[in-house]
Structures are given as structure tokens and as C-alpha cells.
Design a protein around this ligand. Sequence first.
Ligand SMILES: C[S@@+](CC[C@H](N)C(=O)[O-])C[C@H]1O[C@@H](n2cnc3c(N)ncnc32)[C@H](O)[C@@H]1O
Length: 842
Amino acid sequence: MIASRTPVSLHNLLVAGGHRRRCVGGGCGSRKRGRVQRRHLTQALESLWRHTPRPAPPAAVARGEANPSWKPPPLENPAFEEYYKEQRIVREEEWGDFISVLRNPLPATFRINASSQFCKDICSKLENDFKRYLESEVSDEYGEDAAKPLPWYPGNLAWHLNFSRKQLRKNQALESFHEFLKHESEVGNITRQEAVSMVPPLFLNIQPDHHILDMCAAPGSKTFQLLEMIHQSKEPSLLPTALVVANDANAQRCDLLIHNTKRMCTANLVVTNHEAQNFPDCCLANDPSEIYRNDCKPQRLEFDRVLCDVPCSGDGTIRKGHDMWRKWNSGMGNALHLLQVDISMRGIALLKVGGRMVYSTCSMNPVENEAVIAELLRRSGTSIELLDVSNELPELVRRPGLSTWKVKDRGSWFHNHEDIPYDRKNVILPSMFPSSEGQSMCENIEVNTDSNRSFSRNFNSEKTSQVCYTNGVSNSNSTKHFDSTSNSMSSNFPLHRCMRIVPHDQDTGAFFIAVIRKLSPLNEGQKEEVTKTEHILSTDRALNFHEESQSETVPPGKTAMHQQKIGFEVLDDDEPLEDQKKICIDGCTSKDNLSKVSLVSGDVKNDQAESGNKMKLQGQCKWIGVDPVLFFKDVTVIKSIVSFFGINISFPLEGHLVTRSADTDNARRIYYVSKSVQKILQLNVQVGEQLKIASIGLKMFERHRSKDGCPCAYRLSYEGLPLLLPYITKRILCASPNDFLRLLQYRTVNFAHFIDARFGEEAASLLPGCCVVILHEGHQHLDLDSITMDPTTIAIVCWRGKATLNAMVSPPDRKELVERITHRFGFKAFKVEEDENPQQED
Ligand SMILES: C[S@@+](CC[C@H](N)C(=O)[O-])C[C@H]1O[C@@H](n2cnc3c(N)ncnc32)[C@H](O)[C@@H]1O
């Protein structure tokens, strides 16, 4: 995967980039005002999304020791309780259960990567080793079934643990299990992810040829899930045709996204860095009808599936035990409502007719949830429908969305917008209230009419009635009506089709999910409404609100809670975020980018650089601080790679190789992109690089500087090997399990020191340079025409040096392979040294 790191010093520029406008003929006054606004926006945005490092454990220890009277802050917030009681988020008699579960730590959960080569090994290790171990060792503390699969997740691939992540870290008896989880997540076989966060991708109904947009993707746990889905169904050696575009507005979080998705080794992913509400559509067609004419060459970006996992107040994650209890206030949800509407309206605009969009938040607040969905339905009219997915994932316990809620502003409750004081009318918006509008469309459906919301598992005991709908709006009452039982206005949109997951139903966090289908293109009026609420408006509003809500007891910054959110979803929760960000992705240094910045200049207009920028040099990207994406076309180099490794002509290389170095003659890395990504790249070039691409493709070849006399300037990369291996016909050696392990253990082994002398001789007979060593169960003598990366084939990249064979595998991958092989072949386990320096065998 190619990554382009954004230098921290440029972060302000990039984050604020979307709001800068060229001052065409404007006076100095407006220029100055613009600058001031930009600065404020930048500072405020930073405070919204910047991650502050978690306090270092020693400091926490010191604090406790220095001040023995220190106690953790209480898990209570009267405003929070009053708000959700008033919103009737659960029935009155359930309140005790609800609030006490919120005060309990969140159980740890994780997911096994369904498309991993070692998926079965991991499942069997869990079932046979760890499950039994936990039953015998910790059942007193955590119950008989301390580890069990989540019943609603397909294939028993997601697991629930009866203990929290903190307990997992602290409890000695769980140490080896914790190590296992950490290590397997590092190499991409496991993703530690909150149970409810796994739900939205499951409702997208992904097919292997889908083009998918993940609008707010960092840190990438759902993107990873989407990638698993598109890779899972492919036949061995068949390249998937699907595409995932994962986007995030925050450049630093994009780095995290790239780092996390890199574990997937995919050629079908593009990571972009845009404000989702302004995501470019790369339209080539003048006439909208042209868009649908030619399906071979896309005329504009359109997606079969869109995931809108929008930025939210995050109070559904309150069980993670961070500062949410102290920080929560009702202004947080109000602040984000418009941004959430704008992002999802853009999602609808980018969705193909017939396509599905999932809207989700980890907030419980109806202003961020049902109110947003009602506004989408109101704005989009007959172009979309809110789907009833009650028959999908039947094991998942969820409750219908609310149809009644109120809005709280500065300590007062409001039932409708008319009651809002004049000076607050443009801050508290009509769309935050229950609303209804639409055209006639009758259907018979079952609807929850119980104003006390006596919900039960899967709506079983709901009272139902037949209602006639107007685009989903009950025409029994075509305007909003007052619900006297709840003392609130109620919406006539079929919001009961939305799903709320509440913590005490399944011992999880809280989540909100709505599934939308696009029925027809948005009409011009609707499109206008999308553009009318420009990003700057919604972002500004979010920021204003943010500042205001602070006066209502909010301490500065929503940062910490979002950081905590990431903290859970990144590879290793033990690792402070700052450390994770230090990982230099693909060796692109800040210095590299800075040097480009000095060459590329020019204003950025509405989140897009001006095309035809005079300062733009050949091979430079027009986006500030971003490396260009260039097709690698050096025929001589490609031919030498093809002939050296004997790459079968059926593997499409031409037009699929890209580099991010302006000096393509000396490209250090060559990346492979799938057909679907290739088409997007071509379109992007045609529309003047509207897409700001942070990362693309799978690293396949790396330039080497060996003086061993190798005739090919490039070596294979371990990441790209699974994709290429079925098409390689030369420079493959087949090792016995013993010799394979020897290579992994010592990394550098003399030809004469292999246990199987024939293997050593074969290695010695190769020309110096890169080669592949394979361990294929039951096949000592390889049929090179039928090599696939099936679960029984393990392959690594090696270097044939003067007298030795060297394994080119990173320490975590070596450790993983050693564990899998010793387990499979029943060898005695040994510890792999983690240092990067090659060891010499005895
Ligand atoms: C709820 S998190 C997404 C979590 C992610 N989907 C996952 O599963 O790992 C929201 C993300 O939205 C990003 N964000 C905030 N404002 C945005 C905007 N205007 N456009 C796109 N992304 C935005 C934040 O940086 C944050 O990473």
C-alpha cells in the first residue's frame, strides 16, 4: 500500500484546506477576514479531532502513589441521566438495568479475519486451546463461558469475552491469551473491535463486485471488515473485482487508517483525504444520462454501497470508562447534527440507483440519529427509502428507532422549532425536531405505536397497526403531531425501521444503524439542497456549538473521547496512539513531503486544488504535501521482472503498476492496483486529480541495491506475494518443514547447512537475487503450474546471496509463521527473536 504522510507542520493547512478560497478580486478586508476565520476553524477543528496522547502509565501510577486519596472520577452525570430519561431512550422500568450496565466495563470482543490464510488455524486455536484453558483457569472469576462466539456474527468469527480489555491486560492468568490477541491483530488475523461496531458493514450486503465508499473511515475497523468481505468470496488465484474507497477528513487519522488496513494486503483499496460532505464525484459527463451509458469506462464516481459511519458525540461508548461521564452534555449532539446530515446527503448523491447506504453512529442521541434520518427522507423525497431489515441478522437484538423526541438547548427543552428563541433559531435547526413530509406511497407495514415503547427482543411484543404511508410518512396525519403520552412531537416517517442497540440487551456498547436504498437519482432541487448546506456551514456550526456547549459545563475538546474510540479500534490498545502514529508508513518521510510543498503551491478551492496550477511541475501531485500517483510504464524494467520471475502472461501487469515517486526511473517501490482501482485512477487523471489520494495499491516490487550480481533490479515484496505467487513460474524452492523453520529461526542459513542437502543444492544453483521459498503440505515436489496460496501453502520471499539463503520476513510475520508451522507439524515451539538483524545459524 502506498502512503503519503502528511507532515505535522502541514496539518493545519491540510485540515483547513477545504475552507480556503481564492480571493478573486476581493479586497484586503475579506482576505483578512478569511484568514482569521481559517485560523479559528483550524484551531477549533484541531481541538475537535486531534488526539491527545493517553496519560503514560508511569504518570498514572505516580499520581496514585503520590496522592493516595485520589479516586477515579464517579461514573455519573445528572445531565446525561435527565436527558435520556426525558428522551425515553428505554422504558421507565428498564432504567435501572440500563444505567447500571453503562457503569460496568465493556466486555472485550474481537473478530477473526475471514479472508486470512490462517483463519481456520486461529479458529481452532480458540476453540480447542484457549476456550478450554479459560474454562479451567478463570471460570470462577468470569464464568464457564468466558469466551464465546457472538451469535449474530456470521460463521462464529466474532467473539465475546466475559472480561474487559483492562482485565485482559491486568490478569496474570490471561497473559498468554492477551499476547495471542495482540500478536494476531498485529499480523492482521484478528481485529479487536467493539461488538456493535461490527454491525453496520453486515447490513451493506456486500457482493464481490461492489464498489464501496466508506465516507468516514479512520481508524478503519469497518474498512477492514469491508475488505475482508470482498476478498473472502474470491476463488484462489482470482483477482477480486470490487473496490473500497476509504476516506477520512483528518490527515493524521488517515495515516492510522492506512496503517490498520495495510494488514489486509489488498490491491483493491484507495484511501482518500476529503471532507466527506464535499467528496468529489469526478464527473466527466456533461449530460447526466451519459453517466449510465458506458459501463466499461466510468463517467463519474458512483458506488454500489456507501457506509456513513459519521463523526458523533460517541456517548454509546461510555462503558469504555473514559472521560465521557464527566464531559457529556446535550450540546454535543446538537453540534454535529448538520454535519451528519450533510455527510449522509453527499453519500446518497454518490450512491448508485438501487444501491444501499448504511448510516451509523455510536451515539444514543436521537438528534444525531432519528432526526438525521428523518431529514434525509424529507430532503430526498421519493429518491430513497428507509429499508425494513428486521429479517436480516435475526439473532441481533435491536430496538426500533424512536419517532418522538425533543431538543435541549442551554438547559431548556423544546418540542418544536417555533419555540426556539429568536437568537438561537439558526443554531437549533428545524431538522433536529421530529418532522414529516413527502409524497403518496401506500404500503401496509407493521409499526410500533406504543408510546411507552414497550420494546422487547426483535420487536416481538410490539403493538402493531396498519398504516398508510406517504413516502413512508403516515397519511393518517400528514403533518407532525403531538404525542401527549410522551409530551413530545412525533415524526411520521417510518423511523421504527431504524435500529438502536442498547447496552443492557446484549452486554455491549450502544449503536444506531439505518439502512437506506436509493430508488432514483436526486432531482435538481434536492441536489441544490445538498450544496446549499456547504461544508463550511456545517463545520462552522459544529464548532460554534462546540464552543457554546462548553459554557454548558463541557470541558474543552471532544478529542479525548474520540481518541479513546480510536484507542479501542487500533491494532493494540496497550500502545499509546502517539506511538502508533510514529510508525513511518512506507518510508514516506515528512521531509519528502516538505520538499514537494516548496515546489507545489497555489490556493486550494473548496477542498480541491485549482486545476492547471502554474507552479505544478511534471510528475508532481497537485495536492499540497501529497505524493503523485503515476503509472509505472518502464517496459525494460517490467520485462526484466517478468522474465526473472517467469511471471505468467495471464497476470495483468500492464497499466496495473503505479509508483508515487516523481522520478519513475528510480522508483523505490512499485505498487499493484486492481482493475477497479486502475479505472478510478484513469478517471481521476481525466478530471484533473480531484481525488486526494493518500494511499493506493499493494506493494509488489522493491528496488534493491545488492552487489551480488542479480540481473533484475527489483525484488518481490512479502505483502504482494500472495497475489502474485500463482503466476510465478521461476525462482521457487520447495522446503521441508524443518528447513523452512530453520530459515525463519535464523533468517540467514548457509546452503550447506540445510537439513535436506538437495534443498541447499537447489538454492545454490539459482542465480543470485530474490526467490520464493514454499512450504506446501504433502507436496515435496512442486507442480509450479498449480501453486495457490491455499491454507496449506506457506510462502516467503528470500534472497539467494553468495553462500547463504536469507529470509526477508518482518519479525511479527516470522513469529506468526513459526507458530502456525510448529502447531501444524507438531514441532516444539521456540521463540523468535524480534530484532531486525539477521542471525547466523550455528
Ligand atoms: C466514528 S469515526 C469513524 C470510525 C470508523 N468508521 C471505524 O469503524 O473505524 C468518525 C471519523 O470521521 C472523521 N471525520 C470527521 N469529520 C469528517 C468529515 N467532515 N468528513 C470525513 N470524515 C470526517 C473523523 O476523523 C473520524 O475518523
